[in-house]
Design a protein around this ligand. Structure first.
Ligand SMILES: [Zn+2]
Ligand SMILES: [Zn+2]
Length: 303
């Protein structure tokens, strides 16, 4: 825990933001009454205005009552970096995987299996507590990439099971196929739908199977009543909260750069939707998160 935290290599940073978009950072909101965790974030992204360094981002998050994050890889480089950051900062745990939109590209270059072996090696590190994000994305990847996506998804499922760690699923326009794959090969004990995008029907399936549903800023959007319905249906012990930063900034800041310190906006909206006292929801979310990933505290994890 003493090595200095790695700054993202310039080449690792991907730029977001579009010309003309308001890219100023919202204020740090009032802190949540009970500290909790951001279940899914990408700290390596550059957002087009300032370079919010990972450590500063984590400091801001702490000030807002977000005491820890799961830093998620999407390819080999970001997965390695995520594992390094987690090894160097007690506020970070890592998830490692090849994103479903990356897998078909790697397959086409003949590199998929070598990269999966390296993900498998990283998954054994003590502060890597999830395989993710993996899954299926039929929105950005066409029919021709489907086979590679499914192959990569199944291998990631095996890696999560072999290491006894959680799995974070990226599911975009692919609910039925994701569920079918999980039922066919058997889901890891701790399976999380990251940025849950289903409706009440999928929430009921998750309830029945004991799969976790992680709600992102999308649940605050005006055009997302189905997500709020799903949240209301979800078993309280299966809900989680995340930012998926730098994307999906919650209202009232939709479109501006996201970071873990903005998670309270989503959590407050979740409490409203559930008609639940905020402190009770925060305690529930913190407990659920620790149940999925284990403790962030290096001492406790070693004990
Ligand atoms: Zn995703
Ligand atoms: Zn993500």
């Amino acid at each position: 825990m003493t090595s200095s935290p790695p700054a993202p290599e310039p080449g690792l940073r991907k730029r977001i933001g579009a010309p003309g978009r308001d890219m100023t950072r919202p204020e740090v909101p009032e802190a949540l009454p009970i500290p909790l965790y951001d279940n899914h974030t990408h700290l390596e992204f550059e957002d087009g205005i300032d370079q919010l360094e990972p450590l500063e981002s984590l400091d801001r998050a702490e000030a807002a009552g977000v005491r820890g994050v799961v830093q998620v890889g999407t390819d080999l480089e970001t997965s390695r970096w995520s594992a390094q950051l987690a090894a160097s900062d007690p506020r970070v745990l890592a998830a490692v995987a090849l994103h479903p939109n990356e897998a078909p590209k790697l397959f086409a270059r003949g590199e998929l299996s070598a990269h999966l072996s390296e993900i498998s090696r990283l998954a054994a590190e003590p502060r890597v507590r999830a395989v993710g994000e993996t899954g299926l994305d039929f929105f950005r990847t066409g029919e021709d990439g489907r086979e590679a996506q499914i192959e990569a998804f199944e291998t990631h499922i095996d890696i999560a099971k072999a290491n006894g760690i959680a799995m974070q699923i990226h599911d975009r326009d692919a609910h039925d196929e994701v569920v079918a794959t999980l039922l066919r090969v058997g889901a890891p004990e701790k399976t999380v739908f990251h940025c849950f995008s289903g409706d009440a029907k999928l929430a009921r399936i998750c309830n029945d199977r004991g799969w976790f549903m992680s709600f992102a800023g999308t649940m605050t959007f005006k055009n997302a009543p189905a997500l709020r319905e799903a949240l209301a249906v979800a078993k309280p012990e299966l809900i989680l909260a995340e930012t998926d930063a730098p994307f999906l900034t919650p209202e009232p800041f939709r479109g501006r750069p996201n970071a873990p310190y903005l998670l309270p906006h989503t959590v407050r909206r979740m409490a409203e939707t559930l008609n639940m006292p905020l402190d009770e929801l925060c305690a529930q979310l913190a407990a659920n998160t620790e149940r999925v990933y284990g403790s962030w505290d290096p001492e406790e994890a070693a004990a």
